[in-house]
Design a protein around this ligand. Structure first.
Ligand SMILES: [Zn+2]
Length: 85
């Protein structure tokens, strides 16, 4: 099944993760799409989400949605979760 994931709502519904890469320094982070629904409406296109690089402070990032296939990959993935403060 191929899913066209172009909004945050679709990514969250299908349990996708978002891979964010800073285009300036190359720092990479992974977020759970569902977590971001706290800040963004489900209709928000993935490329409209504002991520800011914690290392160089730029907002120039690339966002890519991906799904983890547990059967094929045993690699551990570090995911950033949002916490309430
Ligand atoms: Zn950076």
């Amino acid at each position: 099944m191929t899913v066209n994931v172009d909004t945050l709502g679709k990514a969250a519904k299908h349990g996708f993760f978002l891979h964010v890469k800073c285009t300036r320094c190359g720092k990479e982070s992974t977020f759970f799409a569902r977590d971001l629904l706290v800040f963004y409406v489900p209709d928000c296109p993935l490329d409209r989400i504002n991520f800011k690089c914690e290392r160089c402070d730029t907002k120039n990032t690339e966002v890519m949605a991906f799904q983890v296939c547990r059967d094929r990959s045993n690699r551990k993935q570090l995911v950033w979760r949002l916490v309430e403060m």
